[in-house]
Write a protein that binds this ligand. Structure first.
Ligand SMILES: [Ca+2]
Ligand SMILES: [Ca+2]
Length: 130
């Protein structure tokens, strides 16, 4: 008869999950996700279903919007998207709120050269691009 040893690092049935456990699917975020000024027409998307930062709470909605695919992320879980990426036939457009509260948009057409790699500014220690 085979003998089995219990691994004390693996939680048994009914025991709380250990540290680093990421529930899947992630618990739902707000019931809907508002896109505001980040997407033309400010569509309201379904509740986030994807946990992009592995904090255990769903923060990202992926939805078709016209001919585009929209990824809207709400990392602070207030029901308002903070970062929206639209993937369409012409390229990828990313919109987010800047430090002054205005919408900042980056447009990357398909076939365009990639942006310069990020580097650390030796004077400030900040990451920069270009
Ligand atoms: Ca999350
Ligand atoms: Ca938010």
């Amino acid at each position: 008869m085979a003998e089995f040893a219990v691994d004390p690092t693996v939680p048994g049935p009914g025991e709380p999950p250990g540290p680093g456990h990421v529930p899947w699917p992630a618990p739902a975020g707000p019931p809907e996700l508002l896109t505001g000024d980040l997407v033309p027409g400010a569509p309201v998307l379904d509740a986030p279903t994807l946990d992009s930062d592995l904090d255990g709470l769903a923060d990202t909605t992926i939805a078709p919007l016209g001919d585009d695919l929209v990824l809207a992320t709400d990392p602070d879980h207030d029901g308002h998207a903070d970062l929206v990426t639209r993937v369409g036939v012409h390229g990828v457009v990313t919109s987010r709120y800047g430090p002054d509260g205005r919408v900042e948009t980056e447009d990357h057409p398909w076939g365009a050269p990639p942006p310069p790699p990020p580097s650390v500014d030796p004077r400030t220690g900040e990451w920069t691009r270009g």
